[in-house]
Design a binder for this molecule. Structure first.
Ligand code: AKG
Ligand code: FE2
Length: 311
């Protein structure tokens, strides 16, 4: 039984004052790398994201879920989990919508126009500001990881090929006889995920020893989580943790997941390969990986990237 007294995820403060090249920069980079290697994730406290933006974002998404199902279903995509996810088996509490290339204003505008043909500028501006600010956090983490592994020369090309999907989810309160499972246990299939939410907790992350860790949210905290492609890129140094959502209490949970992935082939830098760390993954592309997972959904639940592109 999972209880509130479970141990918590490690936390790293990513404050605006942090300057590259200083000793606090170096020690923060090391903390980020250690947390990703040991847990596959950490809680980032990021003060460039204001409490005001948190409040606005949480406020604008709630009415979106009150729209009729047929309006939400206009958010369609050829890719799995990229468009509207209608509540049903095996996750009846979850409902989500997705915005591809979410840092581009044009895409947020098209999404907004689909749902509100009579305009909703406040939604559009807030979600665009959200995606931009959180993508900067993702880029900061990437910079720290690339620097710490001594592969910063690949950073710019990595960032230039990065694309972001923003998924906004609502988990309703379970009915009296329903299970409290919000999202089934899985590992993420994209490079890195940045999670944020309202004050209703529920995310649980499994350690390598099989223990579940919880996370207490705050308006400026984000869970930064590695997906399987990041594990492969790092030649198996970075962990991609199993995680799930278990609902507690009597309030709906709203969450934002910014998924980053690469438009180009993902290649393990040669600097991360040596006698002690022989190459474990062939270069691969995200679309091929996604097809591999969707051909057989049982592959979604556990870390199977080795079956797709292991050496
Ligand atoms: O809602 C959350 O906090 C987690 C969502 C999640 O794990 C996912 O969308 O991949
Ligand atoms: Fe996930």
């Amino acid at each position: 039984m999972v209880s509130e007294s479970l141990p918590k995820l490690p936390t790293v403060e990513l404050k605006g004052k942090l300057k590259a090249g200083t000793s606090s920069w170096t020690s923060t980079c090391n903390k980020v790398k250690q947390a990703l290697e040991e847990y596959g994730c950490f809680v980032a406290v990021y003060d460039k994201f204001t409490v005001d933006l948190h409040n606005k974002a949480v406020d604008v998404v709630q009415p979106m879920f009150e729209l009729p199902t047929k309006v939400k279903a206009r958010n369609s995509s050829d890719l799995p989990y990229h468009g509207y996810y209608k509540p049903g088996k095996p996750m009846p509490l979850l409902e989500s919508l997705g915005i591809e290339e979410a840092t581009t204003l044009h895409n947020i505008q098209s999404f907004t126009n689909l749902l509100w043909p009579t305009r909703n500028d406040h939604f559009c501006e807030t979600i665009h500001e959200y995606a931009k600010t959180v993508s900067e956090l993702e880029q900061l983490v990437m910079r720290m990881v690339f620097e710490t592994y001594g592969v910063e020369k690949y950073l710019n090309s990595h960032l230039n090929s990065t694309t972001y999907l923003l998924r906004i989810a609502k988990y309703r309160v379970p009915l009296k006889d329903e299970l409290n499972l919000g999202a089934v246990g899985h590992t993420d299939k994209n490079f890195i995920t940045i999670l944020h939410q309202n004050q209703v907790n529920g995310l649980e992350v499994q350690t390598k020893d099989g223990e579940w860790l919880t996370f207490e949210s705050s308006p400026q905290s984000f869970v930064v989580m590695a997906g399987e492609p990041f594990l492969a890129w790092s030649n198996n140094r970075i962990h991609a943790p199993l995680h799930r959502v278990m609902m507690k209490g009597d309030k709906a949970r709203y969450s934002f997941a910014l998924f980053s992935t690469s438009k180009d082939n993902i290649v393990t830098p040669k600097e991360l390969v040596d006698e002690d760390h022989p190459l474990q993954f062939k270069p691969f592309d995200y679309m091929g990986l996604l097809r591999f997972y969707t051909e057989d959904v049982s592959r979604m639940a556990v870390c199977t990237i080795k079956d797709y592109c292991g050496v």
